[in-house]
Design a protein around this ligand. Structure first.
Ligand SMILES: [Zn+2]
Length: 421
């Protein structure tokens, strides 16, 4: 059929994703226009509104327009709606390739790298961590100061995976030839969990590039009746798929519970939801049925909470060229804000060929159950780095540039930790 330039064609996805992907208003208007061959059209205006509502495009007041490649994002979104894989998928490593490469690094450099399977996902994939340090395989670890780097809390944020993943390779393989790397691995431990959300990531590669959550089926029985009443479970009692992993943090300390669920936000209602966080299982920012309900989050919390030497964390995300520090759940400053500002400035200065703005996480938008907030209350310094101006940058060259910027910033943080141990 003919395609009008001003309209983006799409077909409903076959699975439950449609319930999450399309807002009710849009779905209703679309339902009216269903035609026989199942093709439908959205206007530019509808697409724009939808992308803003989903925070796929960010409102101008939130960010400098140069931090957003609007044209490319819309182009990729139209492909995703048509269920076409993005052509740049091949420029990003798959789950299998990530696992193989990490195992290969350990096999070829046992004195520098050790891998761990820290969780099994709902779909049976391994969440891998790699510890990189001189003497990585010794039982005598944990004495050097450590930095943890995570990637891909959010499935469709592809360079957030690629940056920490490529860093593992770069650090291990250049130990013998790069004096700075040698010094860093001699004096510190770097933990990397490049692909925290492998189920969501693979779904975003194959099915819908803008998928955000993990892929765990949410049972009707996990949802308060008031919310379940508006949902239609499938034959297995599943009402939706996935939890937003960066809304699911909770360290089990009742004094910290309001960082997972602010006081005014009740589980039985979605009308009182806090900021960009929701109790609706079909929302893309669903916090989950309870704090740390998700295995991925239990695993990453266990990793750093039991290792006191891990003093700093960088959680990588896409996009907006920001280096953010707590709180996400309050506009107030943290007690040690000056330290965050100093490290943030060093990280930003280390990026020579681009500008990253340092600021409070809540300044981008408020959310709860956030990784950095829980690290902060457990005496770790934790940043969220929002990489680049797009979710799925296209060329290999651009991806490499972004990875190098992240490398420079993260190493500046590591150097600060080693100096202040
Ligand atoms: Zn993210």
């Amino acid at each position: 059929m003919e395609i009008n330039d001003n309209k983006i064609p799409y077909t409903f996805m076959d699975n439950d994703a449609k319930a999450t992907v399309y807002p009710d208003r849009l779905r209703t208007s679309i339902a009216k226009t269903i035609d026989v061959d199942g093709d439908h059209f959205l206007s530019d205006k509808e697409i724009q509104e939808y992308l803003l509502m989903k925070n796929i495009l960010k409102a101008e007041k939130l960010m400098d327009p140069s931090c957003q490649d609007e044209k490319h994002i819309k182009h990729d979104f139209s492909l995703a709606l048509q269920k076409k894989p993005l052509p740049q998928t091949r420029n990003y490593h798959s789950y299998e390739q990530v696992v193989c490469k990490l195992q290969e690094l350990e096999k070829n450099h046992p004195d520098l790298a050790k891998t761990f399977v820290i969780a099994k996902t709902a779909e049976g994939r391994d969440v891998m961590a790699i510890r990189i340090s001189k003497g990585a395989s010794d039982s005598e670890t944990g004495k050097k100061p450590g930095l943890l780097l995570t990637g891909c809390h959010h499935a469709g944020e592809w360079t957030s995976m690629e940056a920490p993943f490529s860093m593992a390779e770069r650090l291990v393989e250049s130990y013998g030839s790069d004096e700075q790397v040698r010094k860093r691995l001699d004096s510190a431990e770097i933990w990397i969990v490049p692909l925290l959300n492998p189920d969501g990531y693979e779904f975003s590669r194959d099915e819908y590039a803008f998928w955000r959550k993990n892929r765990r089926p949410i049972q009707e029985s996990e949802v308060p009746p008031e919310i379940a009443a508006g949902m239609t479970p499938d034959e297995n009692g599943v009402v939706a798929h996935g939890v937003d992993l960066n809304r699911n943090y909770y360290d089990g300390n009742p004094e910290h519970f309001q960082l997972y669920r602010p006081k005014s936000d009740t589980p039985e209602s979605t009308g009182d939801d806090f900021g960009m966080t929701s109790d609706a299982p079909d929302s893309e920012v669903y916090r989950g049925p309870s704090g740390a309900s998700e295995k991925e989050i239990q695993a990453v919390l266990a990793l750093w909470m039991k290792r006191k030497n891990i003093q700093g964390i960088v959680n990588h995300h896409n996009y907006s060229k920001n280096i953010l520090y707590p709180w996400a759940s309050s506009p107030d400053g943290v007690p040690n804000e000056e330290v965050y500002k100093e490290i943030g400035r060093r990280m930003s200065d280390a990026i020579k060929d681009d500008t990253y703005i340092v600021g409070r996480s809540c300044g981008l938008y408020p959310s709860s159950g956030d990784a950095d907030d829980f690290a902060e209350v457990n005496d770790r310094l934790s940043f969220t780095m929002e990489i680049g101006n797009d979710f799925h940058p296209e060329s290999k060259e651009e991806i490499d540039k972004l990875c190098n910027r992240v490398y420079q910033a993260d190493m500046a943080f590591l150097d600060w930790i080693v100096e202040h141990r």
